[in-house]
Design a protein around this ligand. Structure first.
Ligand code: SF4
Length: 519
């Protein structure tokens, strides 16, 4: 049985220093101490800064070994503990916000219904959005896939002689490999979101859709900035680091030739789009240079302006447990003397829309709540997934891009359903993850050993007498076999855990003895 959060192994639980509550008015406290929610995994912190574990190793189209990368993350206790606590903190704040809104479940149902209606009439709403955006003076382009998106944007930039571009966070551009493409054509891209900039300077992808550098300790950021911006490597003060980054990036922003943003919601009836940020960086990207390009996934469209309130009320509360994003910016058209372009991107979305078991994943508003609550994600870090999208929603989306490469991901879940419970647009996430497992077996993308093991388990579980006999043998074996027989390379489960001691009596034998019930 797990011990209360305040005590682990009889000692007071140590909260990671990065999460000390001093001066944080939003901290969740118990008995005057910030709540530690490491669920019994706390271990003493090392005195020396721990090296940040890197993400999954990518080998072309070979299946990404998420478990291997997760094991490296777990083997770095400071990172694992901080990551787990930080994300669980967001989950708790989300719960607190949710309890403050009596109509929360109504809002979720409404958001889900609006998205499902829009997705089932997507062609009409996209055409309406395009017509209205054009009449607002915006130039609209359509991109079938990532390559076309990058070429279109490059074409616009080339026409304007752009050499440097400032950009706010956009998962779609990550999906398109946009930065790498721009580097190949000699255009400098500067990320303006702090977390995203940290990741850019560290040559890493974002590890979370909302908080891209959440897997990093302050000491990791200090190391990155010392190498790239020349800051003091021993100073990991948050204000010092943020100010240094600001000072280094601001002149680049002022000198940039073009700006780029993503989009949270595109409103069909007005032809306008909305970008939500907490740093105001999208507004810099959109307003400082005269040329503004917005990359918009086709699933971002919503029918009417009045629907926006439903999503805006859900988004930030679900994502960070705050009532609103600091900036909810509406873009209607180019400013005087400027130019505004929109690139509407499909990149596999139409195909997903036609997948009967997975189409509702297009309702996702990228709040990240499913990641914050997921026990696997919290302990393994987003980069262990080796894909643009990590966590529970990534397990559904990534295989739609490449079923072979991401064939291991749908197995990185306990299917506990917590992701489904927190999703603000009511995506049945854990059911879709399970559906992907079946689909991968059908497509022969599951290793033979795993398939054989599952088949044997299926046989055993469907024959009660054989199952009981096997359990009796296993109980006796576990009690008497030497450790090396149980804990070896063949037992991946036992690598990080002790097999629990079998009870003296199973429930079934107790029931037979005490109730005499038929089996
Ligand atoms: S699947 Fe739901 S909870 Fe997860 S990021 Fe998308 S909207 Fe948020």
């Amino acid at each position: 049985m797990s011990e209360p959060a305040e005590h682990i192994d009889g000692r007071p639980a140590m909260l990671h220093p990065e999460l000390q509550a001093d001066g944080d008015p939003d901290a969740i406290l118990r008995n005057g101490q910030r709540l530690d929610h490491a669920e019994g995994t706390s271990r003493p912190l090392r005195s020396q800064p721990e090296k940040q574990p890197r993400g999954a190793k990518i080998h072309g189209n070979r299946p990404v070994d998420q478990a291997e990368a997760a094991a490296r993350f777990i083997a770095a206790p400071e990172h694992e503990k901080m990551h787990d606590e930080r994300l669980w903190d967001l989950r708790q704040k989300r719960d607190r916000e949710m309890h403050g809104i009596p109509e929360w479940e109504e809002l979720r149902s409404l958001a889900s219904a609006i998205k499902e209606h829009t997705l089932t009439h997507l062609d009409q709403y996209l055409e309406q959005f395009e017509a209205n955006a054009r009449s607002n003076g915006i130039m609209v382009h359509w991109a079938r896939d990532a390559a076309e998106h990058n070429q279109i944007v490059h074409g616009i930039l080339k026409d304007h002689g752009v050499k440097s571009l400032i950009k706010s966070k956009s998962m779609l551009t990550e999906e398109c490999g946009f930065r790498a493409y721009m580097a190949s054509v000699g255009i400098e891209v500067i990320e303006t979101d702090l977390g995203e900039r940290i990741q850019q300077l560290d040559h890493e992808d974002p590890s979370h859709v909302v908080v891209p550098a959440v897997h990093k300790l302050r000491t990791d950021v200090a190391e990155v900035f010392s190498k790239t911006l020349g800051t003091d490597p021993d100073n990991s003060d948050v204000h010092y680091l943020a100010e240094a980054q600001r000072g280094a990036t601001r002149p680049l922003i002022l000198a940039a030739d073009a700006g780029m943003t993503g989009c949270n919601f595109a409103v069909a009836e007005t032809g306008t789009f909305v970008v939500c940020t907490n740093e105001g960086n999208a507004d810099l990207s959109a307003n400082v240079p005269k040329l503004h390009i917005a990359s918009i996934g086709i699933e971002k469209v919503i029918p009417r302006l009045e629907h926006l309130g439903v999503f805006v009320r859900l988004l930030s509360r679900s994502a960070l447990g705050s009532p609103m994003t600091q900036y909810t910016s509406h873009f209607r058209g180019p400013r005087a003397g400027g130019e505004m372009h929109i690139v509407l991107v499909d990149n596999g979305r139409s195909e997903r829309l036609g997948m009967s078991e997975f189409w509702t994943s297009l309702k996702c508003i990228r709040c990240g709540a499913c990641m914050n609550t997921c026990p696997v994600y919290r302990r393994s870090g987003g980069l262990s997934y080796g894909a643009t999208y990590s966590g529970p929603i990534g397990l559904i989306i990534d295989p739609t891009f490449n079923a072979r490469k991401y064939s291991n991901l749908p197995f990185a879940s306990s299917l506990n359903g917590s992701c489904t419970n927190v999703c603000p647009v009511k995506i049945n996430i854990h059911e879709q993850i399970y559906a992907w497992r079946r689909e991968l077996v059908k497509r022969h993308e599951v290793p033979l050993a795993k398939k054989a093991a599952m088949k044997a388990a299926g046989e055993l579980l469907s024959h009660p007498a054989a199952y009981r006999a096997a359990i009796a043998v296993a109980d006796a074996a576990l009690a008497h076999l030497p450790r090396f027989v149980i804990y070896n390379g063949l037992n991946a489960w036992g690598k990080h855990r002790e097999v629990p001691h079998p009870p003296a009596q199973t429930f079934h034998s107790w029931y037979q003895a005490n109730r005499g019930g038929a089996s």
